[in-house]
Design a protein around this ligand. Structure first.
Ligand code: FAD
Ligand code: NAD
Length: 466
C-alpha cells in the first residue's frame, strides 16, 4: 500500500462529529485526514433534516401569521386576496439555505485541507476502508454513517404505496391535498403543523395512546390542543392494518383504533422512527460489534470493540440530535488529543426542542419520570401569558414548569411550551450543569420583555421546602 493511501484519520460518513473531527485534527494538529461521503456533503442535518425542515417551519409560520394577523392590522389588505402557499417558492427558499450551507462546508474542507472523498465506503479489514476502488488505511477511523427513516416492510402494502420520507417531502413542489403522516413523533408533528399551515389537510396516525409518548400529559394536552385547532387531525392508539394505492396519487389505509376504519389521502409520509445505517458496510466482519438495535456498540468514550475505531452520532445510538453529534465530536477529540472535557457520554445533558409553534423545549427530568423513579420534587408552573413577551407576540398558548429537589435547591428538570421556548433552555441548563440553586435564576435581572424574563417569575414561584 502506498503512503498516499494511509491517513492519520478517516471519517466514514460526513455527519456532524466526523467532519468536525477531521477539520480540527487537520488544521490544529497537523494530521492527514479524509472524510468519505456517498451522499450530499455534510450529512443529514444541513441537507435533508434540521436545516431544511426548520426553513419550512419558518416559512409556514410567516404564512400562518400573515393569514391570521394581516386582515386585522394591514390597511389595504384585499378581502379576496387570501394568502396561499407557493410551494415552488418555498422549495426555492429551502434550496438556497441548503446550497448556502453546502458552500460553507466545502470551504471548510478546503481551508482545513481535509480530503473529501465522494463514494461509498466499506470496511474490508482492520482500519481499512475500500472506496472507489481504493484501499485506504488510517490510524483512527470514526464511523459516522447516521440513520435512515424506518419503513416497515412488514406492513402490508406500505412499500408498494411508495410513501415519502422526510427526504421526498422536502422536495414537494405542489401541496398535498391530504397528507397522511404515519407516526406522531418529532418528524411527524413538526411536518403536520407545517403542512396544515401551508394549506394541506393533515392526518397523523400514531400507534401509541399519545403522541410523543415520553412527554407529560399536561404538555400533550396543550400541544395537541394547538395542533387540533390549526386543523391537524390526530388519531392515536391506532394501528395500520394495510395500505393500498400510491402516495402522490391516492392512498388508502385500513386502520384499527377508536376512529374510522378507513382513511383516504393523497400523500403518505412515514415518520415512524429511524434505523442506524450500519448494515452492509463490513462492520461486524471486522470486529465491530453491533447492539440489538443495530447501532454500533460503543463505550462512554465512543470507542467501538475494534481498536482505533470510534463511532459517533445516530449510528452509535447517541440521542438523535445534531447537538448531541456535536458533543460526540468533543468526546472523541478529547480521547485523541487530550482536549479538556469532563467525562464521556454518560449522564450528559440532552436538551431538546420540538420545533412546532409553540416550541416544546425540555431538559432534565419530566414529572412522570420523577414519579416513576420515586424522586420527590417541588413543582412550579406558569402559563405562557405570564411570560409577558407572549402577549406582545399575540401567542400565549402553552406553559412552563420546573422541577426542583424536594429537600435541596437543585433544578431537576425544565419544560417550556411557548414561542421561542428553545431560546430559554441554556439559562436553565447552566444552572443545572453547575449544580446551582434555582434561586440563582429567581435573583437575575432579565430584560423586559424577553421570554427569559418569565423564568424569574417561574423560579420565584417554586414552593418553599416543606
Ligand atoms: C426531518 C428531520 C429533522 C430533524 N431536525 C432536527 C433538529 O431540528 N435539531 C436536531 O438537533 N436534530 C434534528 N434531527 C436529527 C438530526 O438530523 C440527526 O440526529 C443528525 O443529522 C445525525 O447526524 P449524524 O452525524 O449521526 O449522521 P448524518 O448527518 O446522517 O451523516 C451520516 C452521513 O454518512 C453518509 N454515509 C452513510 N453510510 C456511508 C458509507 N458507507 N459511505 C459513505 N458515506 C456514508 C450519509 O450519506 C450521511 O451523509 C432531524 C432529523 C430529521 C429526519
Ligand atoms: N426538533 C428536533 O430536534 C428533531 C426533529 C425531527 C427529528 N428529530 C430526531 O429524529 C428522530 C426521528 O424522528 P421520528 O419522528 O421519525 O421518530 P420518533 O421516534 O420521534 O417518533 C416516531 C413515532 O412513530 C410512532 N410509530 C412507529 N411505528 C408506527 C406505526 N406503524 N404506526 C403508527 N405510529 C408508529 C412511534 O410510536 C413514535 O411516536 C427523533 O427521535 C429525533 O431525535 C429531531
Amino acid at each position: 500500500m502506498s503512503s498516499e493511501d494511509h491517513y492519520d484519520f478517516i471519517a466514514l460518513g460526513a455527519g456532524e462529529a466526523g467532519k468536525l473531527l477531521s477539520w480540527d485534527l487537520s488544521s490544529k494538529h497537523g494530521k492527514r485526514c479524509a472524510v468519505i461521503e456517498h451522499g450530499p456533503i455534510a450529512g443529514a442535518c444541513p441537507t435533508v433534516a434540521c436545516m431544511p425542515s426548520k426553513t419550512f417551519v419558518h416559512l409556514a409560520d410567516v404564512l400562518h401569521h400573515t393569514q391570521q394577523d394581516a386582515p386585522s392590522i394591514a390597511s389595504g389588505y384585499s378581502s379576496n386576496g387570501s394568502v396561499v402557499a407557493n410551494m415552488t417558492a418555498v422549495i426555492a427558499r429551502k434550496k438556497a439555505v441548503v446550497d448556502g450551507l453546502a458552500d460553507m462546508f466545502l470551504n471548510a474542507f478546503d481551508s482545513t485541507n481535509v480530503e473529501l472523498i465522494r463514494g461509498h465506503g466499506t470496511l474490508v479489514g482492520p482500519k481499512t476502508i475500500s472506496v472507489n476502488g481504493r484501499l485506504l488505511t488510517a490510524d483512527t477511523i470514526v464511523i459516522n454513517t447516521g440513520s435512515k427513516a424506518a419503513v416497515d416492510k412488514n406492513m402490508p402494502g406500505l412499500v408498494d404505496a411508495k410513501p415519502m420520507t422526510h427526504v421526498e417531502l422536502l422536495e414537494l413542489t405542489s401541496l398535498p391535498a391530504h397528507l397522511i403522516i404515519l407516526g406522531g413523533g418529532y418528524v411527524g408533528l413538526e411536518f403536520a403543523q407545517v403542512f396544515a399551515r401551508l394549506g394541506s389537510r393533515v392526518t397523523v396516525i400514531e400507534r401509541n395512546a399519545q403522541v410523543l409518548k415520553v412527554e407529560d400529559s399536561d404538555v400533550i394536552t396543550e400541544l395537541t390542543g394547538v395542533l387540533t385547532r390549526e386543523g391537524v387531525q390526530l388519531q392515536t392508539a391506532t394501528t395500520v392494518d394495510s395500505v393500498s394505492g400510491l402516495s402522490g396519487d391516492e392512498v388508502t389505509l385500513c386502520i384499527s383504533g377508536p376512529g374510522p376504519s378507513l382513511i383516504k389521502g393523497s400523500h403518505l409520509l412515514v415518520a415512524t422512527g429511524r434505523v442506524p445505517a450500519t448494515g452492509g458496510i463490513g462492520l461486524v466482519e471486522n470486529g465491530i460489534r453491533l447492539t440489538a438495535t443495530g447501532h454500533v456498540a460503543v463505550d462512554d468514550q465512543l470507542r467501538t470493540s475494534a481498536p482505533g475505531v470510534f463511532a459517533v452520532g445516530d449510528c452509535a445510538g447517541s440521542p438523535y440530535f445534531t447537538h448531541i453529534g456535536w458533543d460526540d465530536y468533543r468526546v472523541v477529540l478529547a480521547s485523541l488529543t487530550g482536549a479538556p472535557r469532563k467525562g464521556g457520554t454518560a449522564n450528559r445533558q440532552v436538551p431538546s426542542v420540538l420545533f412546532t409553534s409553540p416550541e416544546l423545549a425540555h431538559v432534565g427530568l419530566r414529572e412522570k419520570e420523577a414519579q416513576s423513579q420515586e424522586i420527590p420534587y417541588r413543582l412550579a408552573k406558569l402559563p405562557m401569558e405570564a411570560f409577558l413577551r407572549t402577549r406582545a407576540l399575540g401567542d400565549t398558548d402553552g406553559f412552563a414548569k420546573v422541577l426542583v429537589e424536594a429537600e435541596g435547591d437543585k433544578v431537576l428538570g425544565f419544560t417550556a411550551l411557548g414561542p421561542q421556548a428553545g431560546e430559554m433552555l441554556p439559562v436553565v441548563q447552566l444552572v443545572m450543569k453547575l449544580g446551582l440553586s434555582y434561586k440563582e435564576i429567581a435573583d437575575l435581572i432579565i430584560v423586559h420583555p424577553t421570554m427569559c424574563e418569565g423564568l424569574v417569575d417561574l423560579f420565584r414561584s417554586v414552593p418553599e421546602q416543606a
